[in-house]
Design a protein. Sequence first.
Length: 292
Amino acid sequence: MRTIPIGTIDDDRIEAYTHLTELQLRNRLEPAKGLFIAESPKVITRALDAGVEPISFLVEEPWLEGMGGLFDQVDGSFGPDVPVYVASPEQLRAITGYRLHRGALAAMRRWPLPSVDQVCRDARRVAVMENIVDHTNIGALMRSAAALGVDAVLVTPSCSDPLYRRAARVSMGTVFQVPWTRIGGDDRHYWPVQGLEDLHRLGFTTAAMALSDDSISLDDLTARLLPRSCSTDPGHIDRLALIFGTEGDGLSRQTIAHCDLAVRIPMSHQVDSLNVAASSAVAFYATRPLHA
């Protein structure tokens, strides 16, 4: 790979790391030209393993030698011409605003998102993120989905980007391992009515994770997921979509009204709700396949 020391953080060649906003990187007008920034060797490696194309690297000089194996992987898959810009620790801190753990960034090309039908074709259990805007929560939910065997994740049009730098970092790169897409693309009018119709058409029982007068407990939901031979519940569920709402407000009333079920997590000490990152992990664990 081509190693290129940079003299200043104003170098135009590293503009993607220094001057472009996340929205500009995403490039909604020309998605084929969209980029995202991956941070840390672990996240970058998982992206490469998933076949994501690197455009360039920005590496803190002390970490350069330790990334030889990663660079060999890039040479083998994408050729030797991907540039590696090398910065001092002080320069990288000025770019990121903090001391970068393990000192590596990569600008990588976005891929065309698949359709909901493609993502859900063989899925038995999916998660939907409705309008979640905190990137830490998005990354944590993706990581829990990967760890606990969720087949796919759908994000609504108003949900923040799972490829945002912090979201991908918090996910530990699992955003490249769990199939995901936007339900309705960028059409903010598509969700919830049309989006939920899509899930029902695909045979999913939609479960809104919400407190409501008619919500059932998570224990009742898991009983409906048991194999038919083990379950006495006539409301047996074959395919499940768990739907999680935004921070603070939770799911919209329209979403809850159009879902098949509302589900609550039983709690003690008059606690009525959990952070969406925590509640999703609990729900994923409770609804995992019996022998997972």
